[in-house]
Design a protein around this ligand. Structure first.
Ligand SMILES: Nc1nc2c(c(=O)[nH]1)N[C@H]1C(S)=C(S)[C@@H](COP(=O)(O)O)O[C@H]1N2
Ligand SMILES: [Mo]
Length: 328
C-alpha cells in the first residue's frame, strides 16, 4: 500500500509541503484509494504527544482525505487566528497565548456512554495512530486557509467511549479559566465556548481531533493541546482547547447560537447558497498566497466557495431530507 509514513528526523515542517510530497499524495489519490478510512488502516502506532513548543510528532501517516491544494505557510496558519479566549483580533491569539501552559491536560467524558470519567489526554490519544490531514478551513467571515493538521479520527475516539443508543449529540467544551484565558474576561461570548455535532456527524470519517500541525505539536493559538477539525463546516465549529466531551440526548445551545441565533446556526455547514444575514457566503478570500502576513488578506484574489467546503461526496448524505436553508 502506498502510505507514506512521516517520521520525525527525516522530514522537516517545511518539507511537508514540498512538491514531492504533494505529488506522492496525488498519485496515491489517483490510485483510486479514496474509498474510505478502512483502506487506510495501516500499522497502528501508539500516538504520543511530546511536550514542549514546536516538538515533532512521531510516526505520522498520510491520509487519502487530504486535499491536493497547496497548504498555507506555517506563518499564515499560526499568526492569523480566531480564538476569542485570547482576544477578538486576528493577531491576538498568536501574541497572547504564548504563555498558556497546555500540559498536563485532562478531558472529562460524561453523559450517555458506557465509558465515562476523567481521562488524561495521553491515555485517550495513545489508542490511535496519528494522521496528517490537509484540510480546507472556511471561516464564516469569508476567508479560508489550507492547513496540514495532525490528529486522530474523532469517530475512533467516540467508539472508544461506547456511546449508548440515546446519545444523539456530542457536545464539546473549551477550558474555562479567566486567569489562563484573558479573553474570557470580556463578555463577547458566553463562556465556556461550547460546540456540538450530531452523532452521525461525529462518527463520519472526516472530523479529527487535532494534536498538531505541520508535523509538530499544536501551537497554543491553534487550540493546544486538543481541538476539533470539521472540514465541511464553518471554522467556528472546530472548537479549540477541549476539556469536556458530553454524549447528549438533546441538541446543545452553542456559544455562537447564544451570541446571535439568527446568524450562526447549529449545523453551520459551508453553503454558498445561504448568505449570512450581513454578507454573502458565495465567495471566499484565501489567506496568504501573493503576499505575506496580514496585508495579504487584502491582496489575495477571491474564489468560489464550494458546497460543504468541497467535502460533499463524504457528507452530503448526512443531510438527506433536511432543509439546509432552515437548518443553516
Ligand atoms: N474555543 C474556541 N474555539 C474556536 C474559536 C474560538 O474563538 N474559541 N474560534 C473558531 C473560529 S471562528 C475559527 S475560524 C477557527 C480558527 O482556527 P485556526 O485559528 O486554528 O485557524 O477556530 C474556531 N475554534
Ligand atoms: Mo471562523
Amino acid at each position: 500500500m502506498i502510505i507514506r509514513s512521516v517520521k520525525s528526523g527525516d522530514i522537516r515542517p517545511s518539507e511537508i509541503t514540498s512538491k514531492t510530497n504533494y505529488l506522492d499524495r496525488r498519485s496515491f489519490l489517483q490510485g483510486g484509494l479514496l474509498a474510505g478510512a478502512s483502506v487506510l488502516a495501516g500499522p497502528t502506532a501508539a500516538a504520543i504527544i511530546p511536550e514542549g513548543r514546536r516538538a515533532k510528532l512521531e510516526g505520522v501517516q498520510a491520509s487519502a482525505f487530504s486535499t491536493m491544494e497547496e497548504p498555507n505557510s506555517y506563518d499564515d496558519v499560526t499568526t492569523y487566528n480566531n480564538y476569542y479566549e485570547f482576544g477578538t483580533g486576528k493577531a491576538d491569539p498568536h501574541r497572547r497565548a504564548q504563555d498558556f501552559e497546555p500540559r498536563p491536560w485532562t478531558i472529562e467524558v460524561s453523559g450517555h456512554a458506557e465509558k465515562t470519567g476523567t481521562f488524561d489526554l495521553d491515555d485517550i490519544v495513545k489508542e490511535h495512530a496519528l494522521e496528517e490531514r490537509i484540510y480546507r478551513l472556511r471561516c464564516v467571515e469569508a476567508w479560508s486557509m489550507v492547513i496540514p493538521w495532525v490528529g486522530i479520527p474523532l469517530a475512533d475516539v467516540i467508539k472508544q467511549f461506547k456511546p449508548l443508543s440515546t446519545a444523539k449529540y456530542v457536545v464539546f467544551e473549551t477550558l474555562l479559566d479567566k486567569g489562563r484565558m484573558p479573553g474570557q474576561r470580556s463578555r463577547v461570548l458566553r463562556w465556556p465556548y461550547i460546540e456540538g455535532l450530531t452523532i452521525a456527524e461525529a462518527t463520519n470519517p472526516l472530523p479529527i481531533l487535532a494534536v498538531g500541525l505541520y508535523g509538530e505539536v499544536l501551537p497554543n493559538q491553534n487550540g493546544a493541546p486538543l481541538r476539533l477539525v470539521v472540514p465541511w463546516k464553518y471554522g467556528f465549529k472546530s472548537i479549540k482547547g477541549i476539556v469536556k466531551i458530553t454524549f447528549s440526548e438533546t441538541q446543545p445551545r452553542t456559544s455562537w447560537e447564544r451570541a446571535a441565533y439568527t446568524e450562526y446556526g447549529f449545523y453551520a455547514n459551508v453553503n454558498p447558497d445561504v448568505p449570512h444575514p450581513r454578507w454573502s457566503q458565495a465567495r471566499e478570500r484565501r489567506i496568504g498566497f501573493g503576499g505575506n502576513g496580514l496585508q495579504s488578506i487584502f491582496s489575495s484574489a477571491k474564489q468560489d466557495t464550494l458546497m460543504f467546503n468541497g467535502y460533499g461526496e463524504h457528507v452530503a448524505h448526512l443531510y438527506d431530507g433536511l432543509d439546509l436553508r432552515k437548518n443553516f
